[in-house]
Design a protein around this ligand. Structure first.
Ligand SMILES: *Cc1c(COP(=O)(O)O)cnc(C)c1O
Length: 394
């Protein structure tokens, strides 16, 4: 009944766990949610007001398919100011979330038989999007030894004559890993030499800690200008996940193709949300700074608590709002009378016995790890870890 294309695609692991947590919550259980993949803050007021104003001004019709002109211009200014990247408006596409930008770029770049290199642990949607576009994901496994980052040697080893593109994500979901400029330069050399494309997902750009600096791979390697898609959005930086605005910048020809995919599937991103996103990009940055400061405090606290949990090892990640500890030492053990065969079983145990919701690493291509999000209040983090400590000491 279902197309072959869809039969190869798995449902989102993050959503499956979320459904279980919601079911327990519906029974009246108090669940501590470390599974969330979005900011716990509300959208800043000046952005909400811009959305309301857009409605009252009747900005409620179709817009130009690639986005309203003032937003595309603001995106060009953002790239120049924050990343030192020069783009013209016709090199920018506004989409229904960064997710759609990535999907549009894959649909426009790959053919059946092509391979797309993905770094594991990866964001759950990358391999599935590659398959939806008809190509084959080639997964490069990384671990704690390289802080979950792909080295030029790993990239080289994964290349084949069929390689068409690779997807890079820094800061990373789920690891929080951040590539340094030198590391990007080294990867860029291999990418240029191999004559492949890079899709750079930079949605966590502004959530970065300890004085680190975010570099776009295109900033580090300007020679990639004709083979790079830079993807970003307002969801994570401005706490705007529900507004659904992301964007991509790339060579004109590719942006035209991506725009065509979009015009035949969803058309323009929400008109109202585009005006709100414009207010976000042009407005004050202090709401971001306040969020980042608080995220950093929670990360410090959570890392400390994680290191005190028996069987958990982790280092302190540099960006995003996730920690991805290794729990291999707990595999094969028995906790609270239950045998822990894998990370999924461990997350089930934590949810059912401690009412703490987490996401197992399986869906991210890293079954020895589990993902903790610190996009929840300090009090809830404290409560969650008290419960986990209690369960693990039984
Ligand atoms: C949240 C997220 C996105 C999607 O962002 P939207 O703009 O809301 O579609 C893309 N990539 C990664 C790694 C994410 O975690």
């Amino acid at each position: 009944m279902i197309s072959k294309r869809l039969q190869a695609v798995s449902a989102s692991a993050t959503l499956a766990m979320d459904a279980k947590a919601k079911a327990l919550q519906a029974e009246g259980k108090d669940i501590v949610k470390f599974g969330v993949g979005e900011p716990d803050y509300p959208t800043p007021d000046h952005i909400k007001e811009a959305g309301i104003k857009a409605i009252n001004d009747n900005e409620t019709r179709y817009t130009a398919n690639p986005g309203i002109a003032p937003l595309k211009e603001a995106i060009c200014r953002k790239f120049e100011d924050d990343n030192g990247l020069k783009f013209e408006s016709n090199q920018v596409l506004v989409s229904t979330g960064a997710k759609q930008s990535i999907f549009n770029s894959l649909m426009s770049l790959v053919d059946p038989g092509d391979e797309v290199i993905i770094v594991a642990p990866y964001w759950v949607s990358y391999p599935e999007m590659v398959k939806l576009a008809g190509a084959t994901p080639v997964v490069v496994q990384t671990d704690e030894d390289t802080e979950f980052k792909m080295t030029p040697e790993m990239l080289r080893a994964a290349l084949s004559p069929r390689t068409r593109a690779m997807i890079l994500n820094s800061p990373s979901n789920p690891t929080g890993g951040v590539y340094e400029r030198k590391e990007l330069e080294a990867l860029g050399e291999v990418i240029a030499e191999a004559d492949i494309w890079v899709i750079s997902d930079e949605v966590y750009e502004s959530l970065i800690y300890d004085g680190r600096e975010h570099f776009s791979i295109l900033t580090a390697c300007p020679q990639l200008v004709n083979r790079c898609v830079v993807v970003n959005g307002v969801s994570k930086a401005y706490a705007m996940t529900g507004w659904r605005i992301g964007y991509a910048a790339a060579p004109v020809e590719l942006i035209s193709a991506m725009s065509s995919v979009q015009s035949h599937s969803t058309s323009n991103a929400s008109s109202v949300s585009q005006w709100a996103a414009l207010a976000a990009l042009e407005g004050p940055k202090d709401p971001i700074h306040a969020m980042v400061k608080e995220y950093a405090r929670r990360r410090d606290y959570m890392t400390e608590r994680l290191l005190n949990l028996p069987g958990f090892t982790t280092s302190k990640p540099g960006g995003a709002f996730y920690i991805f500890p290794n729990v291999a030492d707990l595999m094969g053990t028995t906790i609270s009378g239950r045998e822990i065969s894998d990370g999924d079983a461990l997350c089930d145990l934590f949810l059912e016995e401690a009412h703490v919701a987490l996401v197992p690493g399986t869906g991210f291509g890293s079954p020895e790890n589990i993902r903790f999000s610190y996009s929840t209040s300090m009090e809830r983090i404290e409560e969650g870890f008290d419960r986990l400590e209690d369960l693990l000491s039984r």
